[in-house]
Unconditional design. Sequence first.
Length: 262
Amino acid sequence: MTRYALITGASSGIGLALAEALARRGRNLLLVARQRDQLETIALELTQRFGVEVLFRACDLGEPLRLSGFLLELEEGERQIDLLVNCAGIGTCGPFLAQDWMTEQDLIEVNILALTRLCHALGNSMALLGGGQILNVASVAAFYPGPWMSTYYASKAYVLHFSEGLREELKKCAVKVSVLCPGPTRTGFFRTAQMDTKKLNDSRLLMSPEEVALYAVRALEKNRAIIIPGRLNRWMAFSSRLGSRWLTRKIVGYVNRAYCPR
């Protein structure tokens, strides 16, 4: 039975960079995102460059019925998923009460519910097959409260804590679980979240998706629990434990508000 790495959010950014890094290592891929045309182009390119099999499925993970159909297809198929990479994610920026509720709900559906459901379904399949690996993508934001991006920060805190808990639970099943916590990365995230990208372009904090993916894949091979690319990002994660919570809230809120639309 042929084995595949399933990557969500694979049409751009860190998801695409992870797909390329894994294909470079000879992994067959199953790419999932909303944009079918982009996935088709990416699949053809990766197949030609690296000689691996690259399948793709267009699926909006924010729609539970479509996700159910996709999981049923996986269950009834003959392809074995031995690596799940949950990279799909949505961000919003601005006062919580001013946000469109459907957008906030979509964020929760994708960042939390779809990720958890994929871990449950494929975690069970991996356990039955004798092992596998899960990489959930959170953020350095997971270590902080995030005024003016409250739902996004909270969703990433969920991913971090859920992944750590799942890692302990699934050890006995030979299923390894890691969580990737990148800092600010040069992707379309800021534009999608309607953040002021002009203030971010020259930031020393920004890493490229390729840098993040390379670091993540190497750490994944070592079965690291929490993967934080970049020395400055690791310091940021550690420093969240040092300050008082009220001061942390104030500082993060001040920074986020500067990048949010007025």
